[in-house]
Design a binder for this molecule. Sequence first.
Ligand code: ZN
Length: 343
Amino acid sequence: MTASEYTLSLRIPLAFLLLAACSGPLDSSECLHARTAAMSADAGRGSHAVGDAGGRADVYGGDAASRPPVGSEGEPFTIAVMADAQYADVATHGRRQYRDSLAKLTESVADCNERDLAFVVQLGDAIDRDAGSFAPVQEVFDDLRAPLYHVLGNHDYEVDDAVKAQVPELLGMPAPYHAVTRPGWRFLILDGNDVSTYAHPAGSDALRRSLAYRAEQAPDAPEWNGAIGAEQLAWLEDQLDEAEEAGERVVLFCHFPLRPANTHVLWNADEVLAVLDRHPNVVAWINGHNHRGGYVERNGVHHLTMHGMVDTDDNAYAFLRFTEQTLEVDGVGREENRCLVLP
Ligand SMILES: [Zn+2]
């Protein structure tokens, strides 16, 4: 964590104190009002640091003239996100209640079906282990009315070597990474297991390349994380360029966080952040993996970590409502409500 990120992490709780009164679905004007009041109070304390030094500065400084148009003819829309269900038919271990995840997923799907959602994103680690765990999870998701997009997590590869290449297919994914668009918006599903020690079978070229990468680039990084490889990174840069030309705002989904900097981040988090820094149309990076959840803002990009659904008796998922000015997080269970102002 850099000094400015640390400063930010101290500032955010103050902002959210003003949101404590919010309950149930957030109202956009209420949300903006609370945030503006929080930021004014903060500015009064003489602090303007938002995110790392350099790059884009103030999220509130978003130049209205250069702001990309909001999606779908300016109509707000809502999606749902959930992370780390880690379903397995095995006994509870510590906070992880593996079997209970099916009931939690079923509850979240029923809740999603009560609402008008653009789509739902499952942020990875749908299963904890064994390829046989995918079918019961998929059966629950079969009842979902909204389109569903999966993100690949490290636990999704806790399967036999012979099955590893089929994991995206087992989840019904069109590809390990891909783009979803709607007017004014581009959503990118990323694969952070691309370069990793666990996603490729023994003896494969991909594993050999991954091990060489780790030895050279990330020798001390935990083996339960991975990296976004060169090819995917080039694709990401192209997508961000295209989105910029099309006047689209971009939201990225990955199983792994980039920030705050800790043992959960992608091996090449700094390299990915450098790509994001070149594209002011990126507004959010949304991930799972770190079950504790959390939030940090860096250079105008909202980095949102969702809580792990598998933990505890309580469920955890959220509805994200995108308006022209805000991203409103309507948390369920352990997931907090948040109101984030878009650049
Ligand atoms: Zn994970």
